[in-house]
Design a binder for this molecule. Sequence first.
Ligand code: PMP
Length: 430
Amino acid sequence: MKIAQSEKMFEQAAKVIPGGVNSPVRACRSVGCTPLFIERAEGATLYDVDGNSYVDFVCSWGPMILGHSHPQVVAAIRAAAGGGTSFGAPTPAEITLAEMVVEAVPSVEKVRFVNSGTEATMSAIRLARGVTGRKKVVKFDGCYHGHADSFLIKAGSGLLTLGIPGSPGVPEDIVKNTISLPYNDVNAVTQALDDEGHDVACVIIEPVAGNMGCVLPAPGFLAELRRLTAERGVLLIFDEVITGFRLAYGGAQELFGISPDLTCLGKIIGGGLPVGAYGGKAEIMDSIAPDGPVYQAGTLSGNPLAMAAGIATLRQLQQPGFYQELNDRATRCAERLREVAKRCGLPVQINGIGSMMTLFFCSDPVTDFTSAMRADTGLYAKHYRNMLSQGIYLAPSQFEVAFISAAHTPHDLEKLEKMTEWSFKNLADK
Ligand code: PMP
């Protein structure tokens, strides 16, 4: 595989962009590779600047559930762009997308659009603090809620990949208001809320974790969180930036039948353009300015191009049977990968739900941050390089999710399975 152009561009980028990238994991350091510079993408295929092509299982880290350059989404963006790119004033498209989100997500009665998942979670905890008058936030080890100060404590995603436990620049005064607990540990939550509940504004969680790899909530865990928080006047926030419109049209809350107080969205609702959103019960959302005193604003929020891309994407997701078909195909694929692992005798755990999955190189089940950390990242790096050499583009970190999109053909999934078998045999031989 020739990547001379990418190598040259990476060198050039590193002179003017820290690490040569605009988001850390893209630098591919933990897998020991040069990041590929992408020229274009269509369906499930990425094309790099050296003319190589790859079947893409990163899907822009989640948004591209329809695959790349979906004709209807691209047409909607083109049409919107022709009418102007930003007005700083309300537009009809914002109402349409807000109505679609409210109709889709069971617990959301009102929604405010922002520009990223980070903005959504940051604003949601401000709102929770504002309405409860309490300071503390409970989160879970290995979950990632964006890069706002309050969340950079035992966080997942790039911090986990790079082994950064927190971040310089986050004041101690802020850290002391975040309590991070083990995922799936009801006793730890009960204890923390018993001890500090009067001071806890909210519990925020990825209802299916995607940022320490894919980790499922244990049966009953989310229901217990709902019960424990409701009893103590603590708001429950579902960070559905990944799971929203991914696991089901109404997200994880529809799938598990749990109603959080606030929900954070991003990724899919922007159809690949920069969007986030937070929403919830009207009585809580009415505390946001200008109706209420909790301040949050954005020059580009509700951007017409982003709204158009979101609306066009959601319209596709509304097609009858969309999720059933996507989830069935992905589940069968995960099943076949488990068989491959068994045949090759490699200690591998495949965690998956719907069209999300992670292949962990370890022998025990992965149920939280501690068990995820037992995965062999060196073996993952080798597997990653093997797969890349065969035209399969996986996340450049053990602690991320592989996404299946509606654009992945049976042939793409067969190729994934075949190449996985080849890579596993290669790893087992060494
Ligand atoms: N929450 C979750 C669950 C996420 O996965 C992410 C990003 N991967 C974020 C929040 C932050 O979103 P963004 O990168 O758009 O700021």
